[in-house]
Design a protein around this ligand. Sequence first.
Ligand SMILES: [Zn+2]
Length: 131
Amino acid sequence: MNCPKCGRENYDKTKECVWCGANLKNPFQTRQKPTISTPSFNPLPFSPNENASPKQRERLIAGLLGIFLGYLGVHNFYLGYRDRGFTQLFLSIFGWFIVVGPFIAGIWGFIEGVQILSGQINQDADGQLLL
Ligand SMILES: [Zn+2]
């Protein structure tokens, strides 16, 4: 039989036109591929808060880092104060020859941690206020 849609020759027993894919019993309904529903995927683990600047740092985190890891300068790295952070890090690593180096760095970091928590240090190296 001929396909009623495209007019070309098909075997009588085929259900679909080999030329245009038309259904020979219902010629104007072409076979449709099943639509694959892609689930909406959000790559971010949390939805960003549009009000808060994405670079804004948390005061509590910075303060606790200063108190507990201040001798390594971690809180200063967190806030972007790299020079101060490196100074504390080097004091801790290479300050042993003056014995008190790591203690100075630790006390220094601890004081900065308290200053961060109490609001005396209120912004990061970029001038952004802490959360
Ligand atoms: Zn056809």
